[in-house]
Write a protein that binds this ligand. Structure first.
Ligand SMILES: [Zn+2]
Ligand SMILES: [Zn+2]
Length: 335
């Protein structure tokens, strides 16, 4: 029996009796990060990185039984050493390594190998078997430099401000929103948020994470709003909340914006290619750095990426999760 197996409830380590990012109720869940396709409600207990604890309580219920752990701090359960390593995806995101005296596995969760100020940088971890995500596992996904994208956002905001128009940018409330907020030029004007974003910001600030200043947008002076950048979650993009912000300009920040079709479907006037995930080259780079002899591909363009790895002499197969396929559509906001 291998150290990790796939069961109908999710990836399972029988020896330690733990599941990794399970999608059905189990006793003990190890959670790579707090996005909803990885962290489901109803588990008997949770183990996550310290920075995910309060976010998970906020999202799954204040009463959940949860323990936090730091990066690079091994915990041993019944001869299985379990260690969380930075995944670079969002604050508190982790790759989880499980190893015993025979096997060593790393479950990547979602990851991003480019560096960002607030997020602990992705750490390559050597292993025998690597379970990788592949949200953007097609060669067409090649991210521009973050600094270039941010500079484009600043320019867009400044132009709208010059025309006396508020700028609204849609960014997923956990992860992308903070990436935008931390990197943009706050000297241009005030930065407001939708409540869903501000709730996450508050939790991070309460945990000592030095996120730059934002303020929840209530009914504010029009002159101030017209100078501002407003960060809202994708779910709010067709809402009354947005429609009430008169004469605004609207943009999406997402890896999917690399696809013209996604921009069109979203009817977006402006799309900034900004992702919390590895692009095609970064996925390949990450796989190589693990030196794994076996790679399982999950979440995203699994077939394509797995086939590519096999053609390049890395033994690989697809690992189907409950959420397979969902992440292929731009309407899914976990990017
Ligand atoms: Zn994620
Ligand atoms: Zn995910």
């Amino acid at each position: 029996m291998p150290l990790i197996t796939l069961t109908p409830k999710g990836l399972f380590c029988e020896k330690a009796n733990v599941f990794i990012d399970p999608w059905r109720k189990v006793n003990k869940a190890l959670i790579t990060h707090a996005h909803s396709d990885h962290a489901r409600p109803g588990m008997g207990s949770y183990l996550s990185h310290n920075d995910s604890v309060d976010i998970l309580k906020h999202r799954l219920g204040i009463g959940i039984k949860i323990q936090g752990v730091g990066y690079n701090k091994p915990i041993t359960i019944n001869g299985v050493e379990i260690t969380f390593f930075p995944a670079g995806h969002i604050i508190g995101s982790a790759q989880i390594r499980l190893k015993d005296n025979k096997e060593c596995w790393v479950i990547s969760g979602d990851y991003n190998i480019s560096e960002d100020e607030l997020i602990e940088a992705f750490e390559p971890v050597k292993c025998d078997t690597f379970v990788t995500e592949s949200t953007f596992g097609l060669p067409v996904f090649q991210w521009p430099e973050t600094s270039e994208v941010i500079s484009d956002i600043n320019t867009w905001w400044q132009q709208n401000q010059n025309n006396n128009q508020p700028s609204i940018i849609s960014a997923y409330s956990l992860g992308k929103a903070q990436r935008v907020i931390q990197n943009i030029d706050h000297s241009i004007g005030p930065v407001f948020t939708h409540g869903a974003v501000e709730n996450v910001n508050k939790i991070f600030r309460a945990n000592g994470i030095p996120l730059k200043k934002t303020e929840r947008l209530y009914k504010n002076d029009k002159d101030i709003v017209n100078k501002s950048l407003i960060v809202c979650p994708p779910g709010a993009s067709d809402s009354m909340w947005i429609r009430n912000i008169k004469n605004h300009k609207f943009a999406f920040a997402s890896g999917w914006m690399a696809l013209r079709g996604a921009r069109r479907r979203r009817n977006t006037e402006k799309g900034f290619v900004l992702s919390d995930h590895a692009d095609w080259n970064a996925l390949n780079e990450a796989v190589k750095l693990t030196e794994a002899s076996q790679v399982y591909v999950t979440h995203g363009y699994t077939e394509t990426f797995s086939k590519w790895l096999n053609e390049n002499n890395i033994e690989s197969s697809v690992l189907k999760t409950l959420f397979e396929g969902e992440s292929l559509e731009p309407k899914n906001v976990l990017v």
